[in-house]
Design a protein around this ligand. Structure first.
Ligand SMILES: NC(=O)c1ccc[n+]([C@@H]2O[C@H](COP(=O)([O-])OP(=O)(O)OC[C@H]3O[C@@H](n4cnc5c(N)ncnc54)[C@H](O)[C@@H]3O)[C@@H](O)[C@H]2O)c1
Length: 399
């Protein structure tokens, strides 16, 4: 008889509710059985009623859950500063864990999680969905096989406009450097909503499927127009060996200026374009005339959940484990060290829209687009709002 993997959900609102909606879709055979949830604020979850209807036991703490139940798998989808403690507790109680990205805010927490993973012998994967997608994985295989030759440059741009409600959600941890209790958060546009697309470049540059490349250096500009400690706008040039990675991301454009992530990879033997054309398309073209359609990285969105299920059931390899997430984690950490205080874009360049309850900077829409086209940073373009970039160079301190 087919055995479903028992599952604990840690967090029930926010992004955790996206998982729960998938799990509550009875038209699908998930191969997973939700045996409990942990969330002291479950009443606020959009899934609260359904959880109750299905008699899923809910606890305030992990200890209370594990006192009465076991779970083969746990999904941890809570605010970042809780990840380390909760993931370690789950692994110590025998659960394999899918932790939402980012793994943690601090390298110290990440090291503790990796130590616990090795000590307990549990599996630990990180919820970067693109790194689990068949599209990105088959592209990575071709990059590793040298189909596109040496990679000269990768460029990513993404605009995800956000209003004030975004920064107020979940008790107001968004955009913070640290929690009032001192726990690291480092929540920003690059570490949260658009983290995937920065991580994706490290992932694609990795020397093997579950590895991601560490930048040797980067030059960055970060900005804010919102009342946050971290930043809502970021432009970076990162070097991995001789490969240039360019990353432009912002929340601070008007609500109607959404721009889906776009990635262009330039290799010596061809080029790959990942773009939203009413659904993402990822197309590779080699200089000798071959055209390869890799598909949509958003397809099979919950593959990250099923990869862990299959790792538990059949020992399948996991494509995005704790170590895979480290280059992104370190990049965010090093950025925060480089910018102990976030430069603010001069008030002359942005406004507050009362109706939409949003601060927005109209010039960013065109200006970041131009940077992306030219392969430059805002300061190099000479934009009047730009401030001098800062440079970080790796000194070998990775875990
Ligand atoms: N993969 C993605 O595309 C994606 C998208 C959004 C968020 N995320 C990640 O998901 C995680 C959660 O983010 P969010 O935006 O949903 O946050 P949120 O604050 O909106 O929701 C967090 C959930 O955790 C619960 N929670 C708070 N304290 C808890 C505790 N002590 N124990 C158990 N549950 C607790 C809250 O009640 C809430 O249900 C973050 O790591 C974030 O980066 C990932």
């Amino acid at each position: 008889m087919k055995q479903d993997v028992t599952l604990l959900m840690v967090g029930t609102g926010g992004y955790a509710s996206v998982y729960l909606k998938e799990l509550f879709d009875d038209s699908k055979d998930h191969g997973l059985r939700l045996v409990g949830a942990v969330d002291p604020y479950v009443a606020k979850s959009p899934c609260a009623e359904e959880i109750k209807k299905r008699n899923i036991p809910v606890y305030d703490t992990l200890e209370e859950f594990y006192a009465e139940h076991d779970a083969q798998m746990a999904i941890v989808s809570t605010p970042i500063y809780l990840h380390a403690e909760q993931v370690i507790t789950c692994m110590e109680h025998g659960s394999d864990v899918l932790c939402e990205k980012p793994l943690s805010a601090s390298p110290e927490d990440a090291a503790a999680m990796i130590e616990a993973q090795k000590r307990t012998g549990r599996k630990l994967s990180v919820g970067f969905q693109w790194s689990h997608s068949e599209t990105i994985l088959s592209l990575k295989k071709d990059l590793l096989a040298g189909k596109y030759g040496k990679i000269k440059r990768m460029r990513t741009i993404v605009y995800f406009p956000r209003d004030m409600a975004y920064y107020r959600r979940g008790g107001g941890w968004a955009g913070r450097r640290k929690m009032p209790g001192g726990e690291w958060l480092l929540d920003s546009v690059a570490c949260n909503a658009t983290a995937h697309y920065l991580h994706n470049m490290f992932f694609l540059m990795g020397e093997d499927i579950p590895l991601a490349a560490k930048p040797d250096s980067f030059t960055a500009e970060v900005y804010r127009i919102n009342p946050i400690e971290m930043f809502d706008t970021c432009a970076m040039r990162l070097m991995v060996g001789e490969t240039e990675l360019l990353y432009y991301a912002t929340h601070a454009v008007p609500m109607d200026a959404y721009r889906a992530p776009e990635l262009i990879i330039e290799g010596e033997k061809g080029e790959i374009v990942l773009r939203d054309e009413g659904g993402f398309k990822t197309t590779g073209r080699t200089h000798d005339g071959e055209c390869i359609e890799y598909g949509d990285p958003e397809h099979n969105y919950f593959r990250k959940m099923y990869c862990m299920r299959d790792a538990i059931l059949h020992g399948d390899p996991l494509p995005c484990v704790a170590q895979t997430a480290l280059p992104h984690l370190y990049c965010i950490w090093d950025l925060a060290e480089l910018f102990p205080e976030t430069p603010v874009i001069d008030q002359n360049f942005w406004t507050h829209d009362e109706d939409k309850d949003q601060n927005h900077c109209d010039c960013l829409v065109e200006d970041l687009e131009r940077c992306w086209r030219d392969g430059k940073l805002p300061w190099e373009e000479g934009f009047p709002w730009a401030q001098q970039p800062r440079t970080w160079v790796r000194d070998g301190k990775y875990i």
